[in-house]
Structure formats: C-alpha cells, structure tokens
Design a protein around this ligand. Structure first.
Ligand code: GTP
Ligand code: MN
Ligand code: MN
Ligand code: MN
Ligand code: MN
Length: 187
C-alpha cells in the first residue's frame, strides 16, 4: 500500500483517530453537450461552506455508527437523499496531513458509488451546479478568499467583486483582505 494508506480494519483500530467518509457519486450518460460533445459521466462534487471543492460526506464516529451508516447520514444531510452505502463501495482510507500538531489525527475514507442517471437531470447538464458565494473569511483564508481564487469566466470575478462593494454586501476592508489572500493562494 502507498504511504499513508491504511486498510479499513487498521483505520478502525486507531483509538485516538477521527474519521471522515466522503463519496464520489457518479453515473454514465449518453447525453451530449450541444448535441455533439459526449458528457460520458456525471460526477458529483460540491462547493463547500469554506469555498473549497470537495465530495459529499463528513465526519463519522465509529463508536456510534458504522462508517457506511455515517456516510449515508451525511448524504441525507447534505444532498437530501438517503442513499444506502456498502462496504463494497469503499476504495481507500488514509491519514490526512495533520492540520495542527495538537489536533487528533484524521483518517479519510473514500468511497465510490455508481448511480443511474436520472431523467430529470438531462436538461440540467449544461450547468454543472449552482453555488452560493461564501461572504465570510475564515482563519487561513477559507471562505471568500478561497472562492475568489477559483477560475471565473470572462469578467465574472470583477462583476462579483464590484457588486459586493457597490451594494455593500461585504465590508471593503474584509473584501480587500480576501482579494489579497486569494491572489497569494492562487499564484
Ligand atoms: P460538519 O458540517 O461540520 O458536520 O462537517 P462534515 O461532518 O460534513 O465534515 P466535512 O465534510 O467537512 O469533512 C470533515 C473533514 O474531512 C474536513 O475538515 C476535511 O479535512 C476533510 N474533507 C472534507 N471533504 C473532503 C474530500 O472531499 N476529500 C477528502 N480527502 N477530505 C475531505
Ligand atoms: Mn456534513
Ligand atoms: Mn461534509
Ligand atoms: Mn457532520
Ligand atoms: Mn455536523
């Protein structure tokens, strides 16, 4: 196994560890973008509350629920669908890089689950997803700064930033800090 990887059993044997389970839900599709570009597969990710992209799922306490039941609970919380998850959907478990020396170690469990494409999704394939813009900045730059460091189409980024200022949706100093931080993390 590659460094940092653990078997499911080894992971569960770690007493002081915290556990997080996330899943890549995907479906095959015959749909074509503009009738000519094959979309091939629909893969679901989410724009998280901190402005970073990630998979649906979350923290699970194995003392209270199995990893799969916990992941299923997170999916109902985050997606509004109670999808059953099984041990067979488990792909890999590994130690997350320590966020601080004092925090207890986090083990991330990754799952993959294939879904059937839903008919009603077909018309919505051009837009990959709607996101709510985080207007807060967290320690380390999460939130607005992370959000602004993504790539935007055309001048959408400056349209967003200008509107935030003009409508006073974010305090100018806070926006300035987020802008400076987004440049630092992006470049
Ligand atoms: P709450 O809303 O606070 O309950 O969060 P949650 O239980 O949904 O947890 P979250 O999804 O934030 O995941 C917990 C931790 O797992 C995060 O703090 C990240 O360190 C890590 N994490 C989150 N998403 C992903 C992901 O897609 N992949 C990996 N490898 N780690 C992730
Ligand atoms: Mn959650
Ligand atoms: Mn989550
Ligand atoms: Mn949670
Ligand atoms: Mn929670």
């Amino acid at each position: 196994m590659a460094s940092g990887q653990l078997s499911r059993a080894e992971a569960l044997a770690c007493s002081g560890c915290r556990h997080a389970c996330h899943v890549m839900l995907y479906a095959d599709t015959k749909s074509q973008l503009f009738g000519k570009i094959p979309i091939r597969h629909i893969i679901l990710m989410q724009m998280r509350f901190d402005g970073l992209l990630g998979f649906p799922g979350g923290l699970v306490n194995p003392a209270e629920e199995t990893l799969e039941a916990g992941l299923s609970r997170e999916l109902s919380e985050e997606l509004g669908v109670a999808l059953p998850m099984s041990v067979e959907d488990h792909v890999v478990s590994c130690h997350a890089p320590a966020s601080s020396p004092s925090s207890s170690r986090l083990i991330t469990h990754f799952y993959v689950k294939k879904m059937e494409e839903e008919e009603r999704e077909r018309e919505r394939l051009i837009v990959l997803g709607m996101v709510r813009v985080p207007l807060y900045t967290m320690k380390g730059g999460g939130g607005l700064a992370s959000f602004l460091s993504h790539s935007f189409i055309g001048n959408a980024r400056s349209q967003l930033v200008d509107s935030l200022l003009r409508l006073n949706l974010v305090a100018p100093e806070e926006l300035h800090k987020a802008l400076v931080h987004s440049v630092k993390t992006h470049m």
